[in-house]
Design a protein around this ligand. Structure first.
Ligand SMILES: [Zn+2]
Length: 209
């Protein structure tokens, strides 16, 4: 099938819109409702948030973006598959739209089984993609040594400690240490040469005396 070759979330969303344009208005209404509910329950949702890859604030920002796109550009989103895919499935919004799409086909009874099938297929493919994509932490602008982990941790808050490939703390001794650090807040293991996250250990062993 043609859509087998489409790999990006935007490409997938484009196909969905092109194949099922008549489903889009109802879908947008649903996504908008979900976004409103999430924001109304923000305090409760924040307390139970346990996603390692994303902070609750990042998630909430994405939810607000998706909702305002739908509220202000509903007609254009229904009309244009390109506008739909580029607005609701870009880096900032894809995770929210995918969450809503999946909820839509798993909790609502859909009149069109082909639509449901395509959404599920695209969703599974997307989950596969994000699980394979490497993660990188960032650093303060112009200060490559001032790391900022994806969880928000920095050297002056919980800090980063030298560790082995399992995440257990070790002394940074040449020949024994492979330039890895562990984030003491979230447990991500970071390669200092390229800031790539190479592993995860939420309960690292501390240094032995
Ligand atoms: Zn971290």
């Amino acid at each position: 099938m043609k859509y087998e070759n489409q790999l990006t979330p935007q490409g997938n969303a484009l196909i969905l819109h092109q194949m099922f344009p008549s489903e889009i208005p109802k879908l947008l209404g649903y996504i908008e409702d979900v976004c409103i509910t999430i924001q109304e329950d923000a305090e409760r949702n924040r307390k139970v948030w346990n996603n390692e890859r994303l902070t609750f604030e990042q998630w909430l920002k994405g939810v607000q973006r998706v909702q305002s796109k739908i509220t202000y550009y509903r007609t254009a989103l229904c009309k244009s598959a390109h506008f739909f895919s580029s607005s609701l499935f870009n880096d900032n919004t894809a995770i929210v739209s995918h969450y809503c799409l999946n909820l839509y086909v798993t909790t609502m009874i859909q009149p069109n089984p082909q639509f449901t099938q395509l959404v599920q297929m695209l969703h599974n493919k997307w989950i596969g993609q994000i699980e394979q994509a490497p993660e990188y932490i960032t650093h303060a602008e112009n200060y490559p040594d001032q790391w900022v982990c994806l969880c928000g941790n920095q050297a002056e808050s919980d800090g980063f400690y030298s560790c082995n490939e399992k995440g257990d703390q070790i002394e940074p001794i040449e020949g024994e240490w492979d330039e890895l650090y562990i984030c003491m807040r979230c447990g991500r293991i970071i390669d200092q040469r390229n800031l790539q996250v190479t592993g995860y250990n939420p309960h690292p062993k501390p240094l032995e005396d």
